[in-house]
Design a protein around this ligand. Structure first.
Ligand SMILES: [Zn+2]
Length: 304
């Protein structure tokens, strides 16, 4: 069974909005890191955020950013600290209304083990969890989000007003003969699109995952429209949902991603998939590849 996968731009955006409404203005009592490997920084120490006030919650690509300010002062970039969280495939954040009761946590639930816990002054807060054995959830405490290498490398955000069709054309031209699927999910080229939404965008644009990125202006236009529509519709659906509802929402609205063997919602052909590395992607042959199934081994080599 496919999971919702790594939370991508629409989910992280909605999650940030939900958490902003809950956390903003609250004082952090403490931040406890349970999975020590998840913490990628040691200076400033985690304890530096204790007693600080949450100024806002936002995102950079798929990274969540909790901006914290010293309790007494205004939101000031000089004194602010950032808790940056990158949710991996099996990572998630849950809002907790009341103070945690350590002994009451049932074992063996699919919610996964605790990686970190943020406790606010009133006892409410966040449980940051990661299920499974492959641990890749990551947390940074930084003076500036740009100190996080993955954020420093991010390409432009596709939902930013300055992300025009011309910007996309430039990105695609620079990528040359690289395959579109890999270009769309490359965070250094475009921020926030991962395996799921690259499948959805390619399906919406009726383009092969292997199509060379450098394409004529008419195709750039189709791809730009498909990208904007796909991401904005997902965002509109996710907007206002609680963190706990976002993964199910994403999964239930994908047209092709994670839908191997099902019927294409547009043409009724059977959705196929390609398996590569530790991942799979899905597409519709009739809509995207002239009816021809794609070969697995070609992809495993070319999608690196
Ligand atoms: Zn189709």
């Amino acid at each position: 069974m496919q999971t919702g996968g790594v939370p991508e731009l629409p989910e992280v955006h909605a999650l940030a909005a939900d958490l902003d409404g809950r956390l903003r203005g609250h004082v952090v009592d403490r931040l406890d890191i349970t999975a020590f490997a998840a913490l990628k920084t040691f200076d400033p120490p985690v304890t530096a955020v204790h007693g600080m006030t949450v100024a806002r919650v936002g995102r950079h690509g798929k990274f969540l950013d909790l901006t914290l300010a010293p309790a007494a002062s205004a939101d000031d970039a000089e004194t602010a600290l950032h808790v940056i969280i990158h949710l991996a495939r099996a990572g998630w954040i849950r809002w907790r209304d009341a103070a945690p009761i350590p002994t009451a946590r049932p074992r063996g639930r699919s919610t996964g083990p605790l990686a970190a816990r943020l406790v606010l002054d009133d006892g409410s807060g966040l449980d940051i969890t990661e299920a499974g054995t492959k641990k890749s959830l990551a947390i940074w405490v930084a003076h500036d989000p740009i100190d996080v290498p993955g954020i420093a490398r991010l390409g432009p955000d596709p939902l930013a007003p300055e992300f025009t069709e011309e910007v996309l054309a430039g990105i695609l031209a620079a990528a040359g003969r690289s395959q579109l699927k890999g270009v769309l999910r490359s965070q250094s080229r475009i921020a926030g699109i991962g395996n799921a939404y690259s499948d959805e965008i390619l399906w919406a644009a009726k383009m092969s995952p292997f199509k060379p990125a450098d394409m004529p202006p008419d195709d750039v236009h189709l791809l730009y429209e498909a990208m904007q529509r796909t991401l904005r519709e997902a965002l509109a659906r996710a907007d206002g949902l609680k963190a706990s509802e976002l993964k199910a929402e994403k999964k239930s609205n994908l047209a092709v991603h994670g839908r191997f063997g099902e019927a294409c919602p547009r043409c009724d052909d059977t959705i196929r998939q390609v398996i590569y590395a530790d991942s799979t992607f899905q597409y519709c042959p009739t809509c995207q590849t002239g009816g021809k199934p794609l070969a697995d081994r070609v992809l495993s080599r070319l999608l690196k």
